[in-house]
Design a protein around this ligand. Structure first.
Ligand SMILES: Nc1ncnc2c1ncn2[C@@H]1O[C@H](COP(=O)(O)OP(=O)(O)OP(=O)(O)O)[C@@H](O)[C@H]1O
Ligand SMILES: [Mg+2]
Length: 353
């Protein structure tokens, strides 16, 4: 029986399996997850996303888990659940959050992951943990490289290739060593060989969305590269992808960064929380990469593989990348999302913690 059929048959079976990539996962019972999360207690809630709530829990062996509980069991959610479980069951990489198991009982659909003790980039950049100052420059650079490597695996090594489609700060989790673990493949679709993009409905968080995806629903690996560029700007500056700058006025991080990049005022881009503790050469490099990634035209963006090489400053990069000497030609172009999308983004934000 295939992985997918086992999933769709549902029911609580008491077995575990190891897939081709060596990932061990198992089916959890609803009772077990209920006990682990103190009956999905509000105090255990880590947050809420588009598909439901995530709860912290502890199971009988003492290990800590994060349980994503789908809020409404609609066809869409069932699909997303099946896709996510299928993908997570297959992929294994040091920078991708792997699946620990799932539960499918009655109308309940839950996905179980390892709990990431350092939570997400979102909480360190803008949330509760941002005051603690744990995300120093070195860790930020390491997270940039690690998350790029996770996405590189999805784009270039997973079979078939996977477009993430929802690269953002809450989907980059941090393990006990502050290593990046890219999470949430709920929006990802398999890309058959030879197909460069598919048209689909826009879903994600505005501000990270590539213009061709936000306006026309055109998806390709390059959309993830764009989102990654926005994530890099966020990582350097501690600014949100879209900020309210007055009554009824919003500004994208690209609109904010563009003049600073153009006028080479890079030091002013750095998160004040870092108190000037950063490496100037690395800053130059990361801004350069972010600028390449966040170009409006998808064909001008680098591949994520090139991004990894550039970020790692590989001595061989000159033979593999044309992007190293492009600084003068590339400038950040701000995307103007239409008002309808900006309003939709507000609605999206309202169901999050
Ligand atoms: N394994 C985990 N360990 C620790 N925190 C987690 C884990 N999984 C998710 N979270 C956190 O729980 C919160 C809710 O996650 P969820 O994925 O549901 O929403 P989201 O990432 O904000 O949006 P989206 O639905 O688009 O992914 C987020 O802040 C996320 O970082
Ligand atoms: Mg998420």
């Amino acid at each position: 029986m295939s992985f997918f059929r086992k999933l769709c048959c549902g029911g609580a079976h008491n077995w575990s399996m190891t897939d081709r990539s060596g990932t061990t996962w198992r089916i959890f019972t609803l009772k077990e997850l209920s006990t682990a999360t103190n009956n999905f207690n509000y105090d255990n809630k880590l947050g809420e996303g588009g598909f439901g709530s995530v709860y912290w829990g502890q199971i009988w062996d003492g290990s800590q888990i994060a349980v994503k509980r789908l809020k409404v069991f609609t066809t869409t959610n069932e699909m997303a659940f099946a896709i996510e479980v299928e993908i997570l069951g297959r992929v294994k990489h040091k920078n991708l959050l792997s699946l620990r198991g799932y539960c499918a009982e009655g109308q309940e659909r839950l996905i179980v992951y390892d709990y990431m003790p350092n939570l997400s980039l979102l909480s360190h950049l803008h949330g509760q943990q941002s005051v603690e100052g744990l995300l120093n420059w070195k860790r930020r650079m390491n997270v940039a490289i690690g998350s790029a490597e996770g996405i590189e695996y999805l784009h270039h090594y997973a079979t078939p290739h996977i477009i993430h489609r929802d690269i953002k700060a809450s989907n980059v989790l941090l393990d006990s060593n502050f290593e990046a673990q890219v999470a949430d493949f709920g929006f990802a679709k398999f890309i058959p060989d030879g197909v460069t993009h598919v048209t689909t409905r826009v879903k994600g968080t505005l501000g990270y969305l590539a213009p061709e995806y936000a306006m026309w629903g055109k998806v390709s690996e390059s959309c993830d590269v764009y989102s990654f560029g926005i994530l890099l700007l966020e990582l350097i500056s501690g600014k949100k992808p879209i900020e309210k700058i007055g009554p009824g006025r919003k500004r994208t991080i690209v609109e904010w960064a563009a003049p600073l990049v153009y006028q080479e005022r890079l030091r002013e881009m750095v998160d004040p929380k870092l108190e000037e503790n950063f490496d100037e050469e690395e800053l130059r490099k990361v801004v350069h990469v972010a600028t390449l990634c966040a170009q409006n035209s998808p064909e001008n963006r680098p591949t994520i593989r090139e991004v990894v090489l550039l970020l790692k400053d590989d001595p061989n990069r000159k033979s593999t990348s044309d992007y190293d000497h492009q600084t003068d030609r590339v400038k950040l172009e701000a995307v103007k999302y239409n008002d309808e999308l900006l309003e939709a983004d507000d609605e999206d934000a309202s169901h999050k913690q």
